[in-house]
Design a protein around this ligand. Structure first.
Ligand SMILES: Cc1cc2nc3c(=O)[nH]c(=O)nc-3n(C[C@H](O)[C@H](O)[C@H](O)COP(=O)(O)O)c2cc1C
Ligand SMILES: CC(C)CC(=O)C(=O)O
Length: 384
């Protein structure tokens, strides 16, 4: 039986022929290598946060939780699969929605989509992508994909987005709640860099009939009216929980809310009929000084109590992070910045390689901790 961990042997075997890994193995080195090839503006747009306190805490908080390995259990046949919304996925990993990937490489989300499809890891496409959701879907065949919604001000545009996504074979809608506006981001302000202002990341808007209708000039001739309209449409700070009902009417797809860190918000989300929750603090990019995402997970998971899937992101870098998240109540996790470093360094191949490494690490760490089934990992994996 093949296992994700076999990737380890492939790397050693290539070494016998004198080949060293193309991408640095340690996550920190991978990021440093990406830093070296990207422009200062692009690197910091991805690496930066709303200050650094929560971004750092997202990593260091994992250290508080320690795995307590068990010996002499049969781990010869391992299974990392999870079932989400009736689809069996071979692993618990999804790709977090990351916008404006054209600041990294022009092929952007198309390269990521191919890598996701090749590894059967669902891609969650951002609303603010450089390629339209239809174009991305075309590259993916039947491979699983979800659509992330930045919930626009106009109900017409929101309905159009989710209906286009449904039509293009996206299997769930992830509504991001933590970005009603962009945080104070010192790195980007220092670089005076906001990619949307020169039209990057607007493909889903400029390809939308409703959005185009309201423009005085087509974006192909003049991007500025589209940018202005986007700035007005992007988000609506007045939205509240009751507005979820209008989204619910617009699509049959499962709706998840992303950005939940408080148990009371998890309760409200359930009361308003969501189908899933993503515990996330947006990688520390929105509220600096806020709770580390992994510390928010147990309270949310307890409140949800298995009624809907709970996903987790913000700080996932290694196999043990994935296992800790599962032990603390996540059904699956989203990988964020690391795959962007893979994209920066080696395009589609780089993204695929980063995904394979994380999954190999999950597989091996799980086996060495004494578990054969990811589905069976629970709180007993951790030191009390
Ligand atoms: C450059 C960048 C762009 C992002 N764009 C989006 C986005 O368009 N939609 C969204 O819901 N989250 C977005 N996020 C947040 C990610 O989905 C995810 O929550 C975050 O990257 C997790 O933190 P980590 O990458 O440090 O693990 C973005 C994150 C980064 C780094
Ligand atoms: C605010 C967005 C348009 C993109 C995003 O989610 C991010 O940069 O964190």
């Amino acid at each position: 039986m093949a296992h994700y961990g076999d990737h380890q042997l492939q790397i050693y075997q290539a070494g016998l022929k004198g080949a060293r890994p193309r991408l640095p193995m340690r996550m920190e080195d991978l990021e440093d290598a990406a830093h070296a090839v990207l422009s200062r503006e692009s690197y910091w747009y991805v690496a930066g946060g709303a200050g650094e306190i929560t971004m750092d805490a997202n990593r260091t908080a994992f250290d508080k939780y320690r795995i307590h390995p068990r010996m002499l259990t049969d781990v010869s046949e391992r299974d990392l699969s999870v079932t989400l919304f009736d689809r069996i996925l071979p692993s618990p990993l999804l790709l977090a929605p990351i916008g404006v990937q054209s600041i990294i490489r022009p092929e952007a989300e198309l390269a990521v989509a191919r890598a996701a499809a090749a590894t059967n890891v669902p891609m969650i496409l951002s609303t603010v992508s450089a390629h339209s959701m239809e174009r991305v879907a075309e590259t993916m065949g039947d491979a699983p994909r979800w659509f992330q919604l930045y919930w626009p001000r106009s109900p017409e545009l929101a309905a159009s987005f989710v209906q286009r996504a449904e039509q293009a074979g996206y299997e769930a809608v992830v509504v991001t709640l933590d970005t009603k506006m962009m945080a104070w981001r010192a790195r980007d302000l220092q670089n005076a860099f906001l990619p949307f202002l020169n039209g990057q990341g607007l493909a889903n808007y400029t390809s939308d009939p409703w959005f185009r209708d309201g423009l005085e000039r087509p974006p192909e001739e003049d991007m500025w009216p589209a940018v202005r309209r986007w700035a007005g449409e992007f988000a609506d700070p007045s939205k509240t929980w009751k507005d979820l009902a209008t989204l619910r009417e617009a699509t049959k797809l499962p709706i998840l809310v992303k950005g939940i860190v408080h148990p009371d918000d998890a309760r409200l989300a359930l009361e308003h009929g969501v189908d899933g929750i993503v515990v996330s603090n947006h990688g520390g990019r929105q509220v600096d000084g806020s709770i580390a995402a992994i510390d928010a997970l147990p309270g949310v998971a307890t409140m949800v109590n298995g009624r809907v899937p709970v996903l987790f992101d913000s700080g996932i870098r290694t196999g043990s992070d994935v296992l800790k998240a599962k032990a603390l109540g996540a059904d699956a996790v989203l990988l964020g910045r690391p795959y962007i470093w893979g994209l920066a360094l080696d395009g589609e191949d780089g993204v695929r390689e980063v995904i394979k490494r994380v999954l190999a690490d999950v597989d091996l760490t799980m086996a060495l901790a004494g578990k054969a089934q990811f589905a069976e990992v629970d709180g007993s994996l951790l030191v009390d």
